[in-house]
Write a protein that binds this ligand. Structure first.
Ligand SMILES: C[C@@](CO)(OP(=O)(O)O)[C@H](O)COP(=O)(O)OP(=O)(O)OC[C@H]1O[C@@H](n2ccc(N)nc2=O)[C@H](O)[C@@H]1O
Ligand SMILES: Nc1ncnc2c1ncn2[C@@H]1O[C@H](COP(=O)(O)OP(=O)(O)O)[C@@H](O)[C@H]1O
Length: 290
């Protein structure tokens, strides 16, 4: 059997790290949404072999057990005691290691799709529990709809659909190590963004309140070693975005715009400054199908 599915990227509209647990893991309080920028996965069962084979059009991706899509498939087949060969082909549109959850969303797409192919009837909460063993963003990506994410990423509380808005993304040509950023949370005084204000804005479908209350605790850590983050943020505002910030541990920075025409103006102005730019919208809040 074969399925072709989309795996949407995620953005952190709000990211707070209230505290670090004694075991070193971080307690998250994040408002995340999914966007049109997506990977495309072809997932096919086969009896030609009994392995999980990963193919991708990106030379940046591991195609062995280091690939998060592989890890999700292996966990699912083992848990459900299913013997089959599997071939997963990834058309990579989401920049890798960019703070956009590219690996996590591929893993989540594999879990949703295998659940459909084998008619195992697991709930999204059950799929998210499997996904939590891969990476802390996979539980959110199983739902891939605007949500409050807390705990170690395993508590996903769906929120109201966002009001109409546009995002302009800029991925600077720098690589950020998530582990190196997260290691510093315990020892760096970080700001705590107004997550409750952001939640109230979403509840009231109030674009202005949302745009005024985005924030990311990790920004000060990543931008300390990558000043391009602050430069991009300022440029997005200067070119007309109503708010701007880094997604996840970076380096992608996004601007938020009320209208498509404003977004195109910001995108065109930015393209001359940053070569990897994207214009996109929140994913329609139904589960991603192709
Ligand atoms: C920061 C966020 C926010 O959405 O976005 P991304 O930048 O990844 O997109 C993610 O939650 C992030 O999720 P994720 O990358 O899964 O974090 P984790 O799995 O907890 O940790 C990622 C890596 O950092 C390491 N790690 C984590 C916490 C910590 N205090 N020290 C670490 O060294 C972990 O061992 C792991 O190798
Ligand atoms: N399917 C995948 N897509 C993207 N990255 C992957 C995938 N599988 C494993 N990785 C690895 O996971 C790391 C995190 O990638 P990604 O999830 O894109 O970043 P981020 O967590 O910053 O959004 C990268 O080092 C990448 O090599």
């Amino acid at each position: 059997m074969k399925r072709i599915v989309r795996a949407p990227a995620k953005l952190n509209l709000g990211l707070d790290a209230p505290f670090v647990h004694p075991d070193g893991s971080i307690e998250w309080r994040m408002v995340m949404t999914s966007i049109g920028l997506s990977d495309h996965l072809q997932i096919e069962t086969t009896n030609r072999h009994s392995k999980i084979r990963i193919f991708s059009d990106s030379s940046f991706l591991p195609n062995d057990k280091r690939n998060l899509a592989y890890q999700a498939a292996h966990l699912f087949l083992t848990k459900m005691n299913i013997q089959t060969g599997l071939e997963i082909s990834i058309k990579k549109n989401i920049p890798v290691a960019a703070g956009l959850g590219g690996g996590s969303t591929d893993a989540a797409a594999v879990l949703r799709t295998l659940n459909e192919i084998f008619e195992t009837g697991l709930s999204f909460d059950e799929l998210a529990q499997i996904g939590a063993q891969v990476d802390s963003d996979v539980p959110y990506c199983v739902f891939s709809r605007t949500a409050l994410v807390s705990g170690r990423g395993e508590i996903v509380t769906p929120l109201k659909k966002l009001p109409k808005m546009w995002f302009v993304l800029a991925k600077p040509n720098i690589s950020v190590s998530t582990p190196r950023i997260l290691k510093q949370v315990a020892t760096t005084p970080v700001s705590h963004p107004p997550i409750d204000e952001l939640l109230a804005g979403i509840e009231d479908s109030d674009y202005d309140r949302i745009a005024a209350n985005i924030g990311n605790s990790l920004e000060c850590i990543t931008s300390a070693s990558h000043p391009q983050i602050d430069t991009l943020k300022s440029r997005l505002i200067e070119y007309g975005a109503d708010g701007s910030q880094m997604s996840g541990s970076g380096p992608t920075v996004f601007g938020i715009c009320r209208t498509e025409s404003r977004a195109h103006r910001v995108y065109n102005s930015l393209s001359g400054f940053c070569h990897e730019t994207y214009i996109t919208q929140p994913e329609c809040d139904t589960h991603p199908a192709f």
